[in-house]
Write a protein of this length. Structure first.
Length: 200
């Protein structure tokens, strides 16, 4: 690998728009002009953040594949070493190679904070992400094909009550386990505390 760019060089690149950079890269004649870029299916979820720039740490997952042991996915942290082997700043590029890309979401608040600790500035994926408000608050870029939560069917009327209490908009038949008062009864207590909180 060539020597890493200086902070001044990185800052100069951040001032350029994506089209200018793409046009400049085409003059290098390293690949055909119809290769080497993302397509229209990838969306910038947080366009108010400053431009994202970093060295790409690539990762391949299969989010819709069943767990291989004990009904749970094995925790793997070995890929963190590959991420930190790159210069900073870092952008994690995740290919979801499953039959249904985006069915499962690897990146949410927990992995976002792990990646921030590894000096990553964002994620680009053909899969899905979750916990978007947390990413926005942290200034962490999300460029996915889709955004998800862990969803299941809920027939409880508590969903409508939760929607009114929290000011949320839910489909009447679908809820997030973490935000469904039938599946997570302690949520009512947390919601009441949140509504009473003067710091809100």
């Amino acid at each position: 690998m060539n020597s890493p760019l200086t902070s001044d060089e990185l800052e100069a690149l951040c001032r350029l728009d994506a089209c200018t950079l793409a046009n400049a890269i085409e003059t290098f004649h390293k690949r055909l002009r119809n290769e080497g870029f993302i397509d229209h299916t990838i969306h910038c979820l947080l366009p108010r953040l400053r431009p994202m720039l970093g060295y790409a740490a690539t990762l391949k997952i299969r989010g819709s594949a069943p767990p291989t042991t004990d009904g749970a996915y094995a925790d793997r942290t070995d890929w963190w070493d590959q991420v930190v082997a790159l210069p900073e700043p870092r952008v994690v590029v995740i290919e979801d190679a499953s039959a249904k890309p985006g069915l499962g979401s690897l990146i949410g608040a927990v992995h976002m904070n792990v990646l921030r600790a590894l000096h990553c500035v964002g994620v680009v994926t053909n899969g899905s992400v979750r916990d978007i408000p947390d990413a926005e608050e942290a200034g962490f870029h999300f460029l996915p094909q889709a955004w998800r939560s862990h969803m299941h069917t809920c027939t409880s009327s508590s969903l409508a009550n939760l929607s009114r209490s929290a000011g949320s908009r839910f489909s009447p038949e679908i809820c997030s386990m973490a935000t469904c008062t039938e599946c997570n009864p302690s949520l009512w207590t947390l919601l009441l505390e949140f509504r009473r909180s003067p710091q809100r």
